[in-house]
Design a protein around this ligand. Structure first.
Ligand code: NDP
Length: 428
């Protein structure tokens, strides 16, 4: 009875996530304002968080007005990614069982699309068909265009999801459901399964993030005649992160976003303007701040990046390997230990999943810190990312806990007793 009650209250909390309609409205405003604020600080305020005497406020307002150039670039970019998704061959992989027991098929061509996009961009830049300096000048306008695209997408998704995807955790309240989404997996009918959520989660935004980083390196080279060590480190670290996500694309199918979150404004905005326009902030900061990177900072950044990447990948791979074949999966060379559940799926309780319930977050956060260190400490702005990310992961773990409590009931309680720590063993 106790677990039935906690499952019911978990469900209510999930349906009214982010503080209900009022909280969702405030969150929507906040997530729209923050990328503009960061852009203002980086481009018009010398990287400082509070307006300085030299701040060019008028220049900022002028630069965020959408332009035809920005619209042409962004829509062209989106069209390219859609075409690659549709036409580049890839393995068809079955996702994990849906709430109704059915499994969706996904085309895993992300790794190929990554390389094709990269090669295409190199050709376009080398032949001067794509002018990166112009894209840089249009950054503010591009942000507004990407924001508008995500708004249109969300407006489309609200009714579309209701008829085309499985309804899950919906409230019936327009604001709440617009923010959180009306369906788990809205798809455009196609023989290979064009899954809107997976596409936006990992294509236009993630790849654009890498393109922006490369663009900042290019602009620095144009201005100074060289690319700084700090810029190189940030570019390599973040490019490897995106490449690794694409290389292990099928592991995304067992993540919380794909498994449990509806596709609405929160994810659409997060995937479309938020990721590429805020995650590139370290490289953006470095364009205008060229410094000699002390050896200790370079070593610390590289060490944290390597440690973070290894932990992140090991942990996510363990879950992916386990979920594919729980009986035969080897974790750290030994048969996986797990907890059986009445819901059918098993919960891994060995490897990093025996140390804490989300050890994968530790690796991700270490990488986030490693990308800010090359910016040194003249201003807190480059540290926005690791701070925001830590808060996101703490909140995310709480949400996932509720989702799993609702889904697994007493079995989740048993797992939590066995694996006590939420994220960092011995601390949290
Ligand atoms: P997880 O990969 O941990 O996925 C959570 C889901 O896994 C749960 O909902 C549950 O789904 C299943 N699960 C939970 N515990 C177990 C277990 N013991 N054994 C097997 N399955 C389990 O979390 P996220 O989706 O939040 O994160 C995935 C990765 O993406 C992380 O490394 C994270 O750091 C990263 N990330 C990156 C972001 C970025 O912006 N860069 C943003 C968010 C995440 P079920 O049992 O229903 O299948």
């Amino acid at each position: 009875m106790a677990s039935a009650t906690s499952a019911t209250s978990a469900k209510d909390t999930l349906i009214w996530s982010f503080g209900g309609p009022v909280g969702c409205t405030l969150m929507s405003v906040l997530v729209v304002v923050i990328p503009y604020y960061l852009y203002f600080c980086l481009e018009f305020n010398q990287g400082m968080p509070i307006p300085t005497a030299g701040a060019d406020v008028a220049g900022f307002w002028k630069s965020i007005i959408p332009t035809w150039t920005a619209a042409g670039f962004y829509l062209g970019w989106l069209a390219l990614q859609v075409l690659l998704q549709i036409f580049v061959p890839g393995l068809q992989v079955e996702g994990v069982a849906q709430p109704d027991g059915t499994r969706l098929s996904y085309r895993m061509n992300g790794h190929r699309c990554f390389w094709i996009t990269l090669i295409l961009l190199v050709i376009l830049v080398a032949t001067e068909t794509l002018n990166l300096s112009l894209v840089y000048q249009e950054f503010g306008a591009l942000l507004s265009v990407a924001g508008l695209v995500s708004l249109v997408l969300s407006i489309f998704l609200y009714p579309y999801g209701k008829t085309r995807g499985q309804s899950f955790h919906t409230s019936g309240n327009l604001i709440q459901d617009f923010f959180m989404g009306t369906a788990l997996n809205p798809r455009i009918p196609s023989p290979t399964g064009f899954d809107l959520k997976l596409f936006f989660e990992c294509r236009p935004g993630l790849f654009l993030w890498s393109l922006f980083n490369a663009m900042f390196a290019w602009v620095q080279y144009q201005e100074y005649g060289f690319v700084s060590t700090a810029m190189i480190l940030v570019n390599i670290g973040q490019l490897l992160y995106v490449w690794d996500c694409m290389r292990m694309e099928s592991a995304l199918l067992t993540t919380m976003d794909i498994r449990h979150e509806n596709f609405g404004f929160m994810l659409a905005f997060g995937d479309t303007p938020w990721v590429p326009f805020t995650y590139c902030l370290q490289a953006y900061y470095l364009v205008h701040h060229v410094h000699d990177l002390p050896l200790w900072a370079a070593l610390l950044a590289v060490g944290l990046a390597i440690a973070g990447q290894l932990l992140f990948r090991m942990s996510n791979k363990q879950k992916d390997t386990f979920r594919r074949d729980p009986e035969n999966a080897l974790i750290w060379g030994k048969p996986a230990q797990y907890i059986e559940t009445r819901a059918g799926t098993k919960l891994l309780a060995s490897g990093t999943w025996g140390l804490s319930r989300h050890f994968n977050y530790v690796g991700d956060e270490l990488m986030a810190i490693s990308w800010s260190i090359p910016c040194l400490f003249a201003t807190p702005i480059p540290y926005f990312y690791p701070i925001y990310f830590a808060l996101l992961l703490i909140h995310r773990e709480r949400r996932d806990h509720l989702l799993c409590a609702e889904k697994y009931g007493e079995d989740w309680e048993r797992y939590c007793k066995r694996v006590k720590w939420r994220i960092i063993p011995g601390i949290y």
